[in-house]
Ligand binder design. Structure first.
Ligand SMILES: [Fe+2]
Ligand SMILES: [Fe+2]
Length: 438
């Protein structure tokens, strides 16, 4: 089922009462999802929050519990979702939201006392409080914790204060939670060109939040042993922030972006096997910042014996020719390195023969390319930043190297705050084609 159909189905719930509660079903769904999003929950939990009560109206023929909505609405909802191509965890969480209530009623006196009148009335139809065996089973369930979180948002989502989000803010979420996130034509484009642009992987409001967090990261103090900040010199600023690396462990929102199920699912579809995150960076390309020389990533990513990497760029600001968007050349074929200078950037002759194609993007767009694709980018000639996240992965079968990578980078090409005075840190595989100060 495509996103429009999901949005239509949810829109219909604007007319439906949320049984015995002062909000419509749509309002309740939006409030639940908004609470999940505010808690920075993973995508699957946010979507389960949005869809958890869909069983009440997705099947018009469903049997009713007196005037209390559809009987077994959690099962109906889960079945409906399972049959329509979303990742199975969404359906499982939807299915668990009634069990979570029965668990909490059995285990938590205070919770029981807080239940609304309608919730108490439906409890009887739902089997009442859990018995001992049911409690044991539930406590062993791998999704118990997220199921209880969802239940807490569900309970809290009956407010007379309307949600600030609308259904439009959840469109991208459906694609990110799809079991098969790529269309045939997207797979085809990937195999033809070695580049794939996925527009609108995040919605505009999600990008506003990510943009704010990126602004925060820009101001994080340089701290030895933690995130890694690198600088460049420009005619107007001898020390301008160029890049931040090794930061997802301090910025859970970006951890969710880089390690989200959705992106992993996309990469799995492109490579036919699972991938693991190798490294992540934000290139700030602030106003007046320099460009990146033509290169392939493969020669620089050779330290740990992996044969193939794939990089996903998430556009945080719009990128275009004026602010130095990514430019790519034709794919030479996997495993094929083009002629390079000693610093691993492409020779002038090779670079001049490439028909460079700029890829302009809007915030929320992804550009995916593998480590053999030649690429470069120009300087930022505008007065605003051109920030982009670059997450690089390798095949899981080639090992999990992220920690080792940053250990080696720290010793070979450390962030300035960790450098020993008088020592030189020349170009190396950790420093190819970029304008970073040595
Ligand atoms: Fe429910
Ligand atoms: Fe609910």
């Amino acid at each position: 089922m495509d996103t429009n159909a999901w949005i239509d189905l949810l829109s219909a719930a604007a007319q439906l009462d949320y049984i015995g509660e002062p909000v419509s079903q749509l309002e309740h769904a939006l409030q639940t999802a908004e609470l999940a999003r505010k808690a920075h929950a993973p995508d699957t939990e946010v979507l389960a929050a949005l869809l958890h009560d869909i069983g009440h109206w997705c099947d018009p023929k469903a049997k009713a519990m007196a005037s209390l909505g559809a009987a077994d609405h959690e099962q109906l909802g889960a079945q409906f979702i399972r049959a329509r191509g979303l990742t199975p965890e969404v359906a499982e969480l939807v299915e668990l939201h009634v069990r979570a209530k029965r668990y909490l009623v059995a285990r938590d006196e205070a919770y029981r006392a807080r239940l609304s009148a309608a919730s108490v009335a439906t409890l009887a139809y739902q089997g009442g409080p859990m018995n001992g065996t049911e409690i044991d089973d539930f406590e062993r369930h791998p999704l118990m914790v997220p199921a209880l979180r969802l239940r807490a948002w569900d309970e809290a989502a009956k407010s007379a204060v309307p949600a600030q989000t609308t259904l439009a803010d959840y469109r991208a979420l459906f694609k990110r939670c799809a079991e098969r996130p790529l269309l045939e034509e997207e797979l085809q484009r990937w195999s033809d060109t070695g580049v794939l642009v996925l527009r609108g992987w995040y919605d505009p409001n999600e990008m506003l939040a990510l943009s704010d967090i990126t602004r925060d990261l820009e101001t994080w103090p340089e701290t030895p042993g933690r995130w890694m900040k690198y600088f460049e010199s420009t005619p107007s600023n001898p020390r301008m922030l160029c890049r931040l690396e090794n930061f997802i462990q301090y910025a859970p929102v970006f951890d969710a972006v880089c390690n989200g199920k959705g992106i992993k699912q996309v990469l799995r579809a492109l490579f036919g096997e699972p991938v693991v995150l190798f490294k992540e960076k934000i290139n700030f390309k602030l106003a007046g910042a320099g460009g990146f020389a033509p290169h392939q990533d493969a020669p620089a990513f050779s330290s740990f014996g992996q044969n193939l990497h794939v990089t996903v760029m998430l556009s945080i600001d719009p990128t275009n020719a004026a602010n130095g968007c990514l430019e790519v050349g034709p794919h030479p074929g996997r495993g094929r390195s083009l002629e390079a200078k000693p610093d691993l950037t492409l020779t002038d002759q090779v670079a001049s023969q490439i028909a460079w194609e700029p890829i302009e993007t809007e915030p929320g767009d992804l550009v995916i390319f593998d480590s053999f694709l030649p690429h470069r980018s120009g300087p930022n000639q505008t007065s605003s930043s051109r920030r982009a996240l670059y997450a690089t992965y390798n095949l899981a079968s080639e090992g999990d190297w992220r920690t080792r990578y940053y250990e080696e980078k720290r010793s070979t090409f450390p962030p300035e705050v960790e450098r020993i005075q008088g020592k030189t840190y020349g170009s190396s595989v950790f420093n190819v084609g970029n304008p970073i100060r040595e």
